[in-house]
Design a protein around this ligand. Structure first.
Ligand code: FAD
Length: 341
């Protein structure tokens, strides 16, 4: 029996665990991950505000593995030894025939400190409300992309009496949203009393000349702190895959940890990780069955819905922008449908 080892239990691997045995039943699956829960970031800010419960926004990895007959090892992976086909974690070394990597990403940062909070990976800020203390008056978010804005909107909703501000290099710039939708977001920030300090190119925490008690980093991703051995990586330690989600003929990768050679500028967002998942699952099965592989072709203009607190959201789709409760209702429907899957 072939042994498929899944490194990390992100969105792609949840899908593989649930579906691959339909396509290739005779397989042993081992999952190695460092977290009991796989959080769905699309519902994270709703969870912070109390719109969703903890169980509504995550998959319980142990339960998923038990239900679909995958072995589970909780450990931190430190190295992939592709020459000897081994995954090396802090307390285990596991041999594989086929390997898939879904380890997410880490926070790009400009410094560390007791009052600095990284927003990636999402499990590290699931307890954000415990990190923000009663006497923290000034919350500053570094970065005016979608995650920075969503956090700002929701933190201001939760803490109307605190100063929530954003500092950014250029101006408000959510990838995948039009200029008009970004402009709408700017107006909303102003209306809600969230100050945006634009055109501040800070490269270290000392350079920030705005008062803050907590600084939240939302300035994009870096690769995970794993030694990928001989596998192809970018200078930020993202794995480089082909459009079949393959790193080599027996190694696959999916989600934030990968940069697809043909599409190097794809945003690091859950929506892409989720849409790559069926292609990953099928191509692992196709490889095992000696069948032709399927290409992943990204939707370069997907619907974007930014949660803005108080059960309202900003929707952008193919030139159309709508800030309303209805946008939130649509987002909730899509998100809950994904979590029920
Ligand atoms: C505040 C915030 C809001 C966001 N909102 C959205 C949104 O609304 N829509 C959207 O599309 N995207 C959003 N994102 C981005 C989204 O969170 C990521 O793009 C998405 O989670 C990536 O999925 P993934 O499956 O690649 O990795 P992840 O979901 O990060 O999963 C990686 C898995 O690998 C495990 N792992 C990592 N390192 C190791 C290791 N060394 N050893 C063992 N296991 C390991 C982790 O525990 C985890 O199980 C948001 C991000 C943030 C920070």
């Amino acid at each position: 029996m072939k042994h498929l080892v899944l490194c990390g239990c992100g969105h792609g691997h949840i899908f593989v665990i649930k579906n691959i045995k339909e396509k290739y039943p005779d397989i042993k699956i081992t999952v190695i991950t460092d977290n009991e829960y796989q959080y769905y970031s699309g519902m994270y800010t709703g969870f912070l505000e109390g719109v969703y419960s903890h169980d509504e926004i995550c998959f319980d990895v142990r339960k998923v593995c038990e239900k679909y007959g995958a072995e589970l090892i909780f450990d931190k992976i430190v190295k992939i030894d592709d020459e000897n086909k081994k995954v090396i974690a802090e307390n285990h070394t596991v041999d594989y025939d086929y390997l898939s990597i879904n380890l997410g990403a880490t926070q790009k940062t400009i410094g560390k400190g007791d009052n600095v909070i990284n927003s990636k990976p999402i499990n590290t800020i699931i307890d954000l409300k415990e990190k923000i203390k009663e006497n923290d008056k000034n919350i500053l978010i570094l970065g005016a992309g979608a995650s920075g804005l969503e956090l700002a909107f929701v933190l201001k909703t939760i803490y109307p009496d605190k100063n929530v501000s954003i500092v950014t290099r250029g101006s408000v710039n959510m990838e995948g949203f039009s200029d008009k939708a970004n402009m709408k977001a700017r107006k909303l920030l102003k209306k809600k009393g969230i100050k945006v300090y634009e055109n501040k190119n800070v490269s270290s925490i000392d350079e920030i000349d705005i008062d803050f008690d907590k600084l939240i980093m939302c300035i994009g991703s870096s690769g995970v702190n794993v030694d990928f051995g001989n596998l192809n990586t970018t200078d930020k330690n993202f794995l480089i895959s082909d459009e079949y989600m393959r790193i080599s003929d027996k190694i696959f990768a999916v989600g934030d940890c990968v940069s697809i050679y043909k599409y190097p500028n794809l945003p690091k967002a859950g929506v892409y990780a989720i849409r790559q998942s069926p292609i990953l699952m099928k191509n692992i099965a196709h490889t095992l069955n000696n069948e032709e592989l399927e290409s992943y072709v990204p939707d370069t203009d997907p619907m974007q819905i930014l949660y803005c607190g108080n059960e309202k959201a900003l929707l952008y789709y193919k030139g159309f922008t709508l800030y309303s409760h209805l946008s939130f209702v649509l987002k909730r429907y899509i998100d809950k449908k994904y979590m029920k899957y």
